[in-house]
Design a protein around this ligand. Structure first.
Ligand code: EPZ
Length: 418
């Protein structure tokens, strides 16, 4: 089990470019199976989740290869032949549930396994099923799998009970090839959905409204392959912003899209971090004095749940007490106990965490149990006195492309020990 070994105390300084967005490239890879000809995805991050999704697409009969010295993904779905998603692979990337929509739209059928819960919550899929059923998809259960079939799709007016990111994407993709007009109301507004709309429209889809809570799709006959550049990973941007804040560092992220991280910027400014939006990118200068603040996670453009564990690490060394309310997932405080081993004083009650700031954290051996809690422990290690060993970093590799190299390039003392 590989580990990160971190010696805390270094100020992070310098320029760092973030990778393409994990939560943008995954749905776009799913959407690519609807094309009749090849796609090329530029700025596709080399993450564990992307490698698993690539294997899933190969299992369906697509050709998936890294090209352009590894910076791009070539996907040729023209010989797609299989409609059964590999169960073991699906368990590794539960968001692959959004393959149902594209597969049914392209092949008329899809068999997937229930994605199941994970370390941050139950991850139900009722909104996915409700929206796809409205488009004419029929579901039945067979040996723990979901078999989706749609002899004939048709557009529908769909109102989501909650602005689910995955459900919005799943329905939007399927509706692209459903005759008639589909309206998705109470849609999620995340930037990754705007990126997906751009990709689908480049393939010949007719979609408007992504980024707002009403998305309108006019079904078309077929979709063709295209080239697309994946948006920068806004959660990696946020994570590096917190790295500067927690080490009182000074970093510049040239490809950060300031609009995508407004909620994180606002919270960091409340803590006393200086964030400057430049003509291109953003500059973040951390302070040694950190004020407490309260954080409530919400769907975009609210404060992102994927940045909550990272914020908890920062607030654990603020001068006062902060409160975090996690409204999106039901058990996303796994990092609290591990931060406690480093001296943080955090009490959790259901979806609320009360963080009493301490002057400093001490290095310790800690365990990462999911992607963002792992990132949170790395950030805490950067600020802690002494050595921190973070194990379970395969979770971190799911969503960050060589995080240790990016941090070391900014002056952090961090190595990966296989
Ligand atoms: C996406 O997950 C992201 N993953 C998550 O990022 C992110 O935390 C989440 O959106 C919220 O922003 C990808 O994009 C691959 P949701 P998703 O459907 O689509 C409930 C990371 O760390 N819900 O918006 O699964 C659900 O239980 C990951 O990068 C239903 O009740 O999120 C949750 O409480 C973690 N029924 C809330 O909605 C449904 O049918 C938000 O889930 C679907 C969801």
């Amino acid at each position: 089990m590989s580990e990160f070994i971190i010696t805390g105390g270094s100020r992070l300084e310098g320029d760092i470019t973030v990778s393409g967005g994990k939560n943008a490239v995954l749905p776009i890879m799913a959407a690519s199976v609807m094309a009749r000809t090849p796609c090329v995805l530029h700025n596709a991050p080399d993450l564990v989740d992307v490698r698993v999704m690539s294997e899933i697409l190969r299992g369906l009969g697509a050709v998936v290869e890294r090209v352009n010295s590894g910076r791009s993904l070539y996907i040729d779905p023209s010989d797609l032949s299989n409609t059964v998603v590999d169960e073991a692979l699906m368990r590794q990337v539960r968001s692959s549930i959004f393959l149902i929509g594209p597969l049914v739209a392209r092949m008329g059928k899809a068999t997937v396994s229930y994605p199941g819960g994970c370390d941050i919550g139950q991850r139900p899929i009722d909104q996915h099923l409700k929206g796809l059923a409205a488009l004419g998809v029929a579901f039945e259960e067979a040996h723990g799998n979901i078999v989706a079939q749609a002899p004939k799709l048709q557009g529908a007016d769909i109102h989501l009970d909650i602005p689910s990111v995955g459900a919005t994407e799943n329905i939007m993709m399927c509706a692209s090839l459903a005759p008639g007009v589909t309206v998705i109301r109470n849609a999620a507004k995340e930037p990754e959905i705007v990126d997906l709309q751009g990709f689908l429209n480049s393939m010949g889809a007719r979609i408007r409204g992504a980024g707002t809570d009403v998305i309108r799709v006019e079904g078309v006959e077929s979709l063709q392959g295209c080239e697309h550049t994946v948006m920068p990973d806004r959660i990696e941007v946020g994570t590096l912003m917190v790295a500067a804040a927690i080490t009182a560092g000074d970093i510049y992220i040239p490809n950060a899209v300031a609009e995508h991280v407004q909620a994180v910027t606002s919270k960091l400014r409340e803590v006393g971090t200086s964030v400057t939006v430049l003509h291109r990118g953003i500059r973040v200068i951390g302070s040694h004095r950190r004020r407490p603040t309260d954080v409530k996670t919400l769907p975009y453009p609210g404060f992102p749940t994927d940045m909550q564990p990272q914020m908890m690490a920062l607030l654990s060394i603020a001068e006062g007490t902060s409160v975090i309310s996690e409204t999106v997932f039901e058990s996303r405080f796994k990092q609290a106990e591990e931060l406690g081993r480093m001296g943080a004083q955090i009490r959790t009650e259901g979806r609320t965490a009360i963080i009493k700031g301490v002057p400093r954290l001490s290095g310790a051996r800690v365990v990462s149990t999911d992607l963002r809690s792992g990132a949170s422990l790395v950030l805490a290690g950067l600020a802690a006195e002494g050595e921190t060993i973070v194990s379970g970093i395969h979770h971190v590799d799911r969503g960050y492309e060589r995080l240790e190299r990016k941090l070391a390039a900014l002056g952090a003392k961090i190595i990966r020990q296989e």
